[in-house]
Design a binder for this molecule. Structure first.
Ligand code: 5RP
Length: 224
């Protein structure tokens, strides 16, 4: 196992201490969450999961982790998810796995959000990971033109094997914005949210409460 995966696994296992039996737990998407699901299944914690993607639901079925629909619960105690990039204020970019819409809905409905990452994901400023924006397919070409004019360096995400657009679980496309540096994530979020056809973006601002990096925990001190 390489160092990144070893840190992801370590972070996933370290997160179990924040999980108690009978909790309702939001379950994110991605390779780090996959380690968490394995650790959870092997532990003595008996939780109910609320998933953020079809792939996480499938993995829960294989591991016998019970899940319910988000609308069947009155709260979610804690959500455990990965992230593509995180800054020292615990703002982050998510959506590398095209699950950002459901991930944000589950996160926003959770009492606590924990992200599990390897140390390569932590940066002073966001933007080195391309920012995913989930959009309605109709008119997505127009949005790409507008984003280009705005200097966001947009690119429609396509499948590697057949070059067809990636379609999210909710039937949308993803436009990845290759900006390298996001100097004002709040202003960018406001701009994206005001564009017709944008369903959601991968800037997760003031959502995460705790980041576990390998075995180390970075907890929120103050928000930017
Ligand atoms: C999926 C996500 C993932 O949490 C993010 O891409 C991190 O994935 P990984 O744990 O595989 O590095 O946002 O939409």
């Amino acid at each position: 196992m390489n160092m990144k995966n070893a840190q992801k696994k370590q972070a996933a296992e370290a997160t179990l201490k924040y999980i108690d039996s009978d909790m309702i737990v939001g379950l994110g998407t991605g390779s780090t969450v996959a380690y968490f699901l394995e650790a959870l299944a092997q532990s003595d914690r008996r939780v109910i999961g609320v998933t953020t993607s079809k792939i996480t639901s499938q993995r829960c079925a294989e591991l016998n982790i019970p899940i319910v629909d988000i609308d069947e619960v009155d709260h979610i105690d804690v959500t455990v998810d990965g992230a593509d990039e995180v800054d020292t204020y615990l703002n982050g970019i998510k959506g590398g796995g095209a699950a950002l819409l459901m991930e944000k809905i589950v996160a926003k409905n959770s009492r606590e959000n924990i992200w599990i990452v390897d140390s390569s994901k932590v940066h002073d400023t966001l933007g080195s990971f391309p920012l995913p924006v989930e959009v309605i397919p109709y008119g997505s070409g127009q949005l790409i033109r507008q984003f280009a004019d705005k200097g966001l360096f947009p690119k429609l995400r396509r499948q590697a094997d057949n070059n067809q657009p990636v379609v999210t679980d909710a039937g949308h496309y993803i436009i990845d914005c290759h900006m390298q540096t996001i100097n004002n994530p709040y202003a960018l979020a406001e701009y994206l949210e005001s564009q017709v056809g944008v369903v959601e973006h991968g800037l997760f601002l003031a959502i995460c409460d705790r980041v576990i990096i390998g075995g180390e925990t970075l907890q929120i001190q103050s928000r930017q």
